[in-house]
Design a protein around this ligand. Structure first.
Ligand SMILES: [Zn+2]
Ligand SMILES: [Zn+2]
Ligand SMILES: [Zn+2]
Length: 142
């Protein structure tokens, strides 16, 4: 099953109505499985298809998808960005992001255990970890 298919299943299972608009939104986001796209670009795309659509509705749908775990969200500079969930089986994972081609690669290992060992007795509520650099292809081309 592709990520887009799983996303549709998740929307249905949540009871959220899969309107044509939400389908289109998903189709656009499905083209961004291995790189982030700014929410501004999502908004622009949706408004080019549905000129009467309000920014509010678009942002609400993006937020709702994010809450369902369909989207991964990140902030790059001042920009809110999203991408389709790259691993529905392991929604908690980390990324390596290429600073040249912006491709996102999933990292399967989570290092939280190392930090837990350094903080005996503490309760860790969450963490974020992203690696940046040049992907193998970009590194080779340089
Ligand atoms: Zn991911
Ligand atoms: Zn690259
Ligand atoms: Zn982790």
């Amino acid at each position: 099953m592709t990520s887009a298919t799983i996303a549709i299943e998740k929307i249905k299972a949540s009871g959220m109505r899969l309107t044509k608009q939400r389908r289109d939104l998903l189709a656009y986001l499905a083209a961004h499985t291995d790189s982030y796209v700014t929410v501004t670009a999502v908004d622009k795309h949706m408004r080019s298809r549905y000129p009467g659509l309000s920014h509010d509705t678009i942002y609400r749908n993006v937020k709702a998808f994010e809450q369902l775990g369909i989207l991964e969200a990140d902030v790059q500079g001042e920009q809110a960005t999203v991408k389709l969930q790259c691993d529905f089986q392991h929604p908690h994972h980390h990324h390596f992001i290429c600073q040249n081609c912006h491709r996102v690669q999933e990292l399967t290992m989570c290092p939280l255990g190392y930090f837990e060992n350094q903080l005996p007795g503490a309760t860790i509520a969450g963490h974020k970890l992203e690696l940046y650099g040049l992907c193998a292809d970009c590194a080779k081309a340089q």
